[in-house]
Design a protein around this ligand. Sequence first.
Ligand code: F6R
Length: 245
Amino acid sequence: MKVIRVSDYTELSRKAADLIAAEIREKPDCVLGLATGSTPEGTYKQLVADYEAGKLDFSRVRTVNLDEYRGLPGSHPQSYRYFMDTHLFSHININKKNTFIPDGLAPEKEECEEYEKRILSLGGIDLQLLGLGRNGHIGFNEPGASFIMETHPVKLTSSTIQANARLFNDPEEVPGRAVTMGIGTIMSAGKILLIVNGEDKAEALRKALYGPVTPSCPASILQDHPALTVIADEEAFREIQACGS
Ligand code: F6R
């Protein structure tokens, strides 16, 4: 595990974008596993800036996203397809046909099987970007999730629904179900990049990096990945300093 400690969110975003850019330069047709949420927004902004400065070419890049809500069309402003289009894909020269996100409206079981096949047909994920849930979730793999699962449907926990409600006009609108890559799918990526910022993630980061590897903290399995890089800011490291790890 390589741990990169940064002072703030801006530095985190710059460093994460640099690692993704390095992957694209090394393998122009790489398969990037991408995440949504507040944490990667700055990273995507940096990647867009690099593209606009003529430093990056996304024309051959393929992407697969971690997850999508059930029941939202891609045109819904809170769908993860919409998020990816507005934060990244619409601003770079990626071929949108090469960007894959589970379809929130397709029949659930078939969509999961198709998504897993899709990842395999692309040759697997070269670099998977991950954010960290306050309860230690990765993707929508909530505490208790099996470490070997592939893409599957999930019922969201009330804590995740509450955390995500801030993004919806009405908290009642937050879907109760989602489709997510499983932890088995995530762990099969060649490299994993976990980005974490803010004090509210401090406990989850401590458990993920230095706690026991247990399904009660899904991200703890990342300790077993052979090519994990973690970039986190001082605030997220607060509990790790406190216990002297
Ligand atoms: C997003 C995802 C989630 C988030 C996590 C952190 O695609 O799968 O696991 O990475 O909930 O979200 P933020 O970054 O909003 O704190």
